[in-house]
Structure formats: structure tokens, C-alpha cells
Design a protein around this ligand. Structure first.
Ligand SMILES: [Mn+2]
Length: 350
């Protein structure tokens, strides 16, 4: 059993990043025709593309439900970058439902949210630790962020259950390379010196070259980072995303994907509705020339099913209803090749 696993031959409902939006998940499962055990009268099966947790009101309930569906044999789930952050104890923005040190900081944007009882935390870790990174069969491939042949090859011999050890080992390689050149010290210095500005949207730091260089390098040296948070390169200017200033930017790796087998991903915060550039999440810019339910990439073989439900906390700040929200939870039905939203709309893909 390795970090890449086979998919069953059943028709699939591939669900995008849930990010703790438990109510949206229940609504979508009902729309898709699943009962609370994850059974479907046409014997369809569920696949979750990762990022079950962080930011939304009940990450704990989402994970417990998905775990139950997996145990019933009705769902498969792969890890996203947010689950990996949890496993390696990297307590980032929106993880206050699990990490006490993040709880106060997360109040401003995400309250109210349900916390994980202390006695349950180890069980959550164990569940996540034993999940795969990628799924495949003859007609479809599924990974959280990017499918690159080198990164897939690198994980195909890593046993299930070794995710944290392997991730940290690859991270160590990046760190020792950076150590030798002095880059790592410069990176730590910048992180410390600009700690406050790095998380303050109103007070941007200057372009921090060591952070840019180290983060882009760290990203590409670690195959688990490539697969779960994508291909990145140094940005030209700082930009604010995921509640911090960044200097390393996601690129449209799918423009280099030339295999015949389609890939379904999450991670990239696409929006269904047309948007004005000013208020939309930075990452949706990658989709600005792509139809709202369009396939993308060199040969049109990649589909992102993350319709940004993870930003629904913004709606709650303005009392915007789910029906009027720009942010949706979606499933790609395969092989039907259509998108179903938690709000009930169904659209063909292009
Ligand atoms: Mn993600």
C-alpha cells in the first residue's frame, strides 16, 4: 500500500475542498443522492480531493463524517496541503479549530468555529496520517494540486502511513541545501524581522528576497509539496493570500500537462461567477481566461473542482445567504462529466 492508490470502477462524485463547511457538505451529499452512510442507489462512490479542514465553522465534523464514509467503504480521500500542515504541526491561518496557539488569532475572521476536543486530536492525526496522496484508474487521475510525472514517481514507492516522516525528510534536504549557502539564515532573519507585517494586509513588507528564494526552492525540492500545493516560482511583487504576504507564486502547471488521462484537482480557488479583479482571491486569476466550468491546460485535460467554499466565512461577515454566495462547494460527476453545486445547480463542463 503506497501513497498512490487505485480507484474503483464505480461512477464517481469527486468533491472539491470543503474547508470545514459542514453544512455545505451535507447539502451537497443530499443533492448527489447519498444517504448518511455514503450509500448511493446507483452504487456511485465519493472521492474527496483534500483540504477538508481549516477556516470554516466545523472542520472537526467534516473530518469525522468523511472518516465514517471511508470506513463504510463508500468514499476515498486524499490529503491536501491543509491536512499536511496539521500533520507536521505547522499551525497556519484558519487552523485554530485544532491548534490552541492559533485559536485567538483566528477569532477575527473565522469565529464562531468548533474546536476539536483534546482527547480526539490524536485520532484525527492517525486518520490523516494513513491517507494517500493520489488516486488513479485508466480514465482518471486525482491529486490535490498538481500531477507531475517526477513527483508522482517519487511517492509511488512511499508506503502509506509514512507521510509525515517522508515530508520532513524532503524538507530537511531543502533546509540543508539552504543552510550551506547561508540562505536559510537570511530566510529566518526576514521571517523574524517582518513577523508582524507578514500577516498584516494593510501594512505590506518590502519584497523579501530570502523568503522568496527559500520558499520557491523548498516547494520544488519536496514532491509532497508539489503534489499538494502545486508548482511555484518566485513572484515579482509581494501579494496577500491565505492571510499572509507571499513572494512565491502558484503557476498554471496544467499548461505543461500533455498526458491523455484527465486529472482532477482542488486547491486553486476558482470562482463560478465572473468577478472583478479587485476583490477576488488572488489565485482565481489563474482562471481568468477559462470558462466557469471549463477544463484547462495544454490539452484541456485538467479540471479544478475547488469552487472556493472555503471563503464562505466572508459571506457570514456580511450576512450574505448561501444562495447569493459566489463561493460554492462542488462535485465533478465522472464519467458524466458535469458539475453539481451544494446549492443544487448542475452544469456541463467544457
Ligand atoms: Mn489546498
Amino acid at each position: 500500500m503506497y501513497l498512490i492508490q487505485p480507484l474503483p470502477e464505480n461512477p464517481l462524485d469527486i468533491i472539491g475542498d470543503v474547508h470545514g463547511e459542514y453544512i455545505a457538505l451535507l447539502a451537497l451529499l443530499t443533492r448527489l443522492g447519498y444517504n448518511d452512510q455514503g450509500q448511493h442507489r446507483k452504487d456511485r462512490k465519493l472521492v474527496f480531493v483534500g483540504d477538508l479542514c481549516d477556516r470554516g465553522p466545523d472542520s472537526y465534523a467534516v473530518i469525522k463524517l468523511v472518516q465514517h464514509l471511508v470506513q463504510q467503504g463508500n468514499a476515498q480521500v486524499i490529503l491536501g496541503n491543509h491536512e499536511i500542515n496539521l500533520l507536521i504541526n505547522d499551525a497556519k491561518d484558519g487552523s485554530g479549530w485544532f491548534f490552541d496557539e492559533r485559536y485567538e488569532h483566528d477569532q477575527k475572521n473565522y469565529a464562531p468555529f468548533h474546536r476539536t476536543p483534546i482527547g480526539e486530536r490524536q485520532a484525527i492525526r492517525e486518520f490523516l496520517e494513513n491517507l494517500p496522496i493520489a488516486l488513479q484508474r485508466n480514465d482518471i487521475r486525482i491529486v490535490h494540486a498538481a500531477w507531475t510525472p517526477a513527483a508522482i514517481a517519487a511517492i509511488s514507492t512511499v508506503p502509506l502511513g509514512q507521510i509525515t516522516t517522508q515530508f520532513l525528510a524532503w524538507d530537511d534536504i531543502a533546509r540543508s541545501v539552504a543552510n550551506e549557502s547561508g540562505l536559510y539564515d537570511r530566510y529566518l532573519h526576514e521571517k523574524q524581522k517582518w513577523a508582524k507585517e507578514l500577516e498584516d494586509e494593510q501594512d505590506p513588507p518590502p519584497f523579501l528576497h530570502a523568503i522568496a528564494e527559500y520558499e520557491a526552492m523548498q516547494q520544488m525540492v519536496n514532491p509532497l509539496k508539489v503534489l499538494t500545493s502545486g508548482v511555484e516560482q518566485q513572484a515579482t511583487t509581494p501579494f496577500f493570500a491565505g492571510n499572509r504576504w507571499r513572494f512565491s507564486d502558484r503557476i498554471s502547471w496544467w499548461n505543461g500537462y500533455s498526458d491523455d488521462i484527465p486529472v482532477v484537482i482542488g486547491h486553486y480557488w476558482r470562482l463560478f461567477q465572473a468577478q472583478n479583479g479587485k476583490t477576488s482571491p488572488r489565485y482565481s486569476q489563474l482562471f481568468k481566461n477559462i470558462a466557469p466550468t471549463g477544463w484547462h491546460g495544454k490539452n484541456n485535460k485538467v479540471f479544478c473542482i475547488d469552487y472556493s467554499v472555503g471563503a464562505r466565512w466572508r459571506d457570514r461577515k456580511t450576512s450574505r445567504t448561501v444562495e447569493k454566495s459566489r463561493f460554492k462547494l462542488a462535485a465533478l460527476q465522472w464519467p458524466e462529466n458535469q458539475v453539481v453545486f451544494d446549492t443544487g445547480e448542475v452544469f456541463p463542463t467544457y
